[in-house]
Design a protein around this ligand. Structure first.
Ligand SMILES: Nc1ncnc2c1ncn2[C@@H]1O[C@H](COP(=O)(O)OP(=O)(O)OP(=O)(O)O)[C@@H](O)[C@H]1O
Ligand SMILES: [Mg+2]
Length: 330
């Protein structure tokens, strides 16, 4: 007789805890033949928990490859959206659009899945930052439906710096991006993740930290980089890693919304002047950025001001001009 187990996805997949509470990483499927992932009761979902669930389910499939995974759903607003953006394909099920099929609209960027090794190969002799910048421009245009203005500048900067990190530091094979724009709420949300080694791992040889949360918090400070001085000397001066990408992006997003990063076994959120930590896990690094679309007219100048303040804090050593200190690299 077939032995099966079901994982019931909650009605509202609207925060990270909704996924963490499922404790998928602790599930043991030894002796189980079929695992049913049930979206039957799910009616609403947001990008971060969707990406988190995908990561946990991938982890489950890797741990228990002998199991047949089955997806159950019914006609809901969630399924329409998930079908359209290629979410079920992203989870490894054959329903809905293929990843990258939908072209996107003013309200969302469908799931984009990047093969990091291919991206690196395509970069040829150019720095990875250059090819990532080109992709980021394209994605920011889809999400903001514009190629200029304060919202575009902010979104392009945020996507570029976080995506660049996934490629330059993550050491994973895949990066994914999911974006959404809620005009009525005046909020744009971007989630970018990779399946790499995580932030604490890349910093551990250079900084003494007591816990994964400390390492994550440290990475948001100006001038903190897992790139050694020797490596930096050999980098292209424009794309050189100076430890400003996460600091600048998180400061900007905290002032205009929210910045959250979950990496390895820790998570932190910056919002206004607060930094909160979470006992969450992600296989790799996942960054969530929410940006209020009002009050962004001078975002280029604002980003520059944040950079200057960071340079003062970090000291003159890291003041050389780099990509993470520039907006609109077009
Ligand atoms: N996705 C990631 N995977 C692994 N490590 C990461 C990731 N993102 C950031 N890091 C670590 O955090 C450090 C700080 O990142 P940050 O973007 O602030 O600086 P940087 O990339 O070193 O320099 P810059 O952004 O100025 O080019 C990185 O040097 C790296 O060690
Ligand atoms: Mg960076």
């Amino acid at each position: 007789m077939t032995k099966q187990r079901s994982i019931i996805i909650p009605r509202n997949l609207t925060n990270f805890s909704a996924v963490a509470n499922l404790k998928i990483r602790e599930i043991d499927l030894d002796g189980i033949d079929r695992c049913i992932i049930s979206f039957v009761g799910t009616s609403f979902a947001e990008p971060l928990p969707m990406i988190a669930l995908a990561s946990d389910l991938r982890n489950l499939r890797t741990r228990f490859p002998h199991v047949t995974y089955v997806c159950r759903s019914r006609e809901t607003a969630f399924r329409g959206y998930a079908d359209h953006i290629g979410y079920f394909r992203f989870l490894g099920f054959s329903r809905g659009n293929q990843i990258g099929d939908a072209s996107g609209s003013g309200n969302y960027v469908p799931i984009h899945l990047f093969d990091i090794n291919k991206l690196k190969a395509n970069a040829g002799d150019e720095p990875y930052g250059k090819i990532v910048s080109e992709e980021s421009l394209r994605l920011a245009e889809v999400l903001t439906q514009s190629n200029k203005g304060g919202l575009f500048v902010a979104v392009e900067y945020a996507i570029r710096e976080v995506f660049r990190n996934a490629v330059e530091h993550g050491m994973g094979s895949k990066a994914a991006l999911l974006g959404q724009y809620w005009p009525t709420k005046e909020i744009a949300e971007i989630v970018i993740c990779d399946n790499g080694v995580g932030i604490a791992e890349t910093l551990k040889d250079y900084y003494d930290t007591d816990s994964p949360i400390d390492a994550l918090s440290l990475s948001l400070n100006p001038g903190i980089s897992g790139t050694s001085d020797l490596e930096r000397e050999h980098q292209n001066p424009y794309y050189r890693n100076s430890g400003f990408g996460l600091y600048t992006t998180s400061t900007f997003c905290a002032e205009h919304g929210l910045f959250r990063v979950i990496s390895g076994d820790a998570g932190v959120t910056r919002q206004s002047n607060n930094l909160n930590s979470h006992n969450w896990s992600f296989d790799g690094t996942c960054v969530q950025m929410k940006i209020r679309t009002s009050d962004l007219n001078d975002s280029a100048a604002k980003i520059q001001r944040i950079v200057e303040k960071g340079e003062e804090e970090a000291g003159a050593r890291l003041s050389a001009s780099t990509a993470s200190k520039q907006t609109s690299l077009a």
